[in-house]
Design a protein around this ligand. Structure first.
Ligand code: ARG
Length: 632
């Protein structure tokens, strides 16, 4: 291949993935040497391990000849060209090294190409064009604290949403509020006793929680003392009224809901999180519930749940409740039939080892799982999604599995489009008193820890314009990065001390890497200014291996975005993380790739490299919902 023109290969997208050009060049060679189709050859090219650009594992092609012979065929066919410099056999692999000047040109020019000329900014692609995904995440319960699990769901869901969007998907960000159930009856009763309009307007979330705790205590005391359970009875009455559409009870509830959403939105905003839809358990329409019940009946899926079974079920749930592992609406479900009166309807999923979940209470009121089942039909009707992701903690693994199974037993056309993105717990996030923390408090903890860190360096601290904002931003970065470093399925310990340190792979370190990249341009201006047309820069001057390493990592950014989307992974910052690696390499480059006081052309080229790194790191941080700082 003497010319630099490459063939088109399906799956290759050199316009958005600059490193694809090299993969295609390798595929051309492989297809010639090993008599493979271009597509097959292309799919066999992987990134190499440290120090190697690309690697091909020869056995994967399942060819008849012996591996050493195949390797010999490849290496003897190889001649250096515009894209490839060197090829080395190391059985069972062949390693490839790309031409540095071409690498620089393709990567650095693509980073600075304006989106308009290509349709998408660097890092994005069109792989999901024309497809729609609903991502349900965060989903706190009104009148209950926003706990660590909700925070994890929020972080993961936001990153996934941004990722899918960067891949060209149409993304619906959905918050499914826990805003229905007997507890709202209880809340209404409590509000009459303890509520204050002023506190409600001030901070609905805190106030409703307060009221909820008090009224719950009333109910518990009545029970304990053997008194008539007036509070509980009233709550049931109110909820029944709500379910039957009684306007006066509904209007109070609606206000609770609206004011809570208002407050949530403030905090989400602080976190760089937004939603397209505030859905909620209350918004699952009754005609959908009825239709789903009828479909269960028609498919012969409904069985009675005897009072004995219900009691057992209730006992199990009580244990879960005391461990704090059960969600609110389920508490109400658990209470549906503690005394064993009446018969509940259930679906027997024992042959799939998924138990026998109750789907309707004896008194006919709705239940958490049924709202999920009917709800997804409603969502499909509205959005006709190609994919629907539920970001819900592993404590609800069984619930989600049951709900997905029932949907598939109903032969829903979208059953195989549902995905559960599960995650482990965050430990150590309750207060000293042992009660739960609100999201605001969690973020404040991180911010204060950060501020304390910053104040230790008195000299620098003086220069920070807005220490409060800066500490808040870094604090949030730390909370999020700590989360992204833990494997999604694992639990981790919330550790304000460690996560806000500037040492190690923390959010603070990442922010610092970005700030330093920003400061270099300020420092050398106006002596060194980069020309607006990057083709005027002499990349040949960037001869250091460090520079090459940086450019190669920058080039992998679109691949990382695509890969993480396919894996539904937010573990961006986990090892091996291209961003932390980038930050490490850059921090080690400052001593060799000096800009200040260098000959002009060289200074320009190096500055351009740093600016490119800054742009990519910044857009990667934004993708992770972080706000890259320019000073700290
Ligand atoms: N509100 C629930 C809770 O706090 C989470 C909702 C999960 N999503 C769902 N579709 N069930 O536990």
């Amino acid at each position: 291949m003497s010319s630099s023109v490459l063939p088109l290969i399906e799956g290759a997208d050199p316009a958005n993935f600059p490193l694809d050009s090299f993969k295609v060049a390798i595929a051309v060679l492989l297809s010639k040497a090993l008599d493979l189709s271009l597509d097959t050859a292309f799919s066999g090219v992987d990134f190499g391990r440290k120090g190697v650009d690309f690697t091909v594992a020869v056995p994967r092609f399942r060819l008849k000849s012996k591996i050493p012979e195949l390797i010999e065929k490849v290496t003897s066919t190889f001649t250096p060209n515009h894209y490839l410099e060197q090829c080395v056999g190391e059985s069972p692999f062949v390693h490839f090294y790309v031409r540095t000047t071409t690498l620089f040109k393709l990567v650095l020019e693509r980073i600075h190409q304006s989106p308009a000329s290509n349709g998408v900014p660097f890092g994005s692609n069109w792989q999901g064009a024309g497809k729609k995904v609903v991502i349900e995440f965060s989903s706190p319960n009104i009148a209950k604290p926003f706990h660590a699990g909700h925070l994890r769901s929020t972080i993961i869901g936001t990153v996934l949403s941004n990722l899918f969007e960067a891949n060209g998907w149409d993304v619906i960000r959905m918050n499914y509020l826990g805003d229905w159930g007997k507890q709202f009856g209880l809340l209404a009763v409590g509000f009459k006793r303890y509520g204050s309009e002023e506190s409600l307007a001030n901070n609905a979330i805190m106030h409703l929680f307060d009221v909820y705790v008090k009224v719950n205590r009333d109910a518990a005391l009545e029970k304990e003392r053997g008194e008539p359970e007036i509070t509980d009875q009233k709550a049931r009455e109110v909820f029944r009224k709500m379910e039957s559409g009684d306007e006066s009870t509904l209007s109070l509830w609606r206000r609770f809901r609206e004011l809570s959403i208002h407050k949530y939105a403030e905090v989400y905003n602080r976190l760089n999180v937004r939603f397209d839809v505030y859905a909620g358990e209350s918004l699952v329409r009754s005609d959908h519930i009825k239709a789903a019940m009828a479909a269960l009946e028609a498919n012969n899926l409904l069985t009675d749940k005897t009072s004995k079974e219900s009691n057992n079920n209730w006992k199990e749930k009580k244990v879960a409740m005391s461990l704090g592992t059960l969600r609110t609406a389920e508490e109400e479900d658990a209470e549906a039939n503690p005394s064993g009166r009446g018969v509940a309807k259930a679906v027997d999923l024992n042959q799939w080892k998924l138990g026998k979940p109750v789907v309707q209470k004896p008194d006919g009121t709705t239940i958490y799982i049924m709202r999920d089942i009917a709800g997804v039909f409603q969502r499909y009707e509205q959005y006709k999604f190609d994919k629907h992701i539920y970001v819900v903690g592993d404590q609800q693994e069984l619930h989600v599995a049951q709900f997905f199974k029932i949907v598939s037993l109903l032969n829903a056309p979208f059953a195989d489009r549902l995905e559960h993105v599960s995650f482990g717990r965050v430990n150590g996030m309750s207060t000293r008193k042992g009660d739960v923390k609100f999201l605001d408090e969690i973020l404040d903890t991180a911010k204060e820890a950060m501020l304390a860190q910053m104040q230790q360096k008195e000299e620098k601290f003086k220069d920070i314009e807005d220490p409060d904002y800066t500490a808040d931003q870094i604090g949030m970065t730390c909370v999020k990065v700590q989360d992204m470093q833990a494997k999604r399925v694992h639990s981790y310990n919330f550790d304000p001390q460690r996560m806000t340190s500037f040492e190690g792979d923390t959010g603070a370190y990442l922010q610092y890497a970005h700030v330093r990249l920003c400061s270099i341009e300020r420092k050398v201006a106006p002596t060194v200014v980069v020309p607006s047309d990057p083709s005027q820069i002499n990349f040949d001057l960037l001869a250091e291996p460090k520079a090459r390493e940086i450019v190669f990592i920058l080039g992998t950014y679109p691949d990382v975005v695509s890969l993480h989307t396919r894996r539904h992974s937010h573990e961006y910052v986990a090892h091996p993380s291209p961003f932390l690696r980038l930050s490490h390499i850059i921090s080690s480059a400052w001593e060799t790739l000096i800009v200040m006081g260098q000959e002009h052309e060289l200074a320009q080229a190096r500055l351009f490299l740093y600016m490119s790194a800054r742009d990519v790191l910044g857009s990667a941080m934004r993708l992770l919902s972080l706000s890259p700082l320019t000073r700290m």
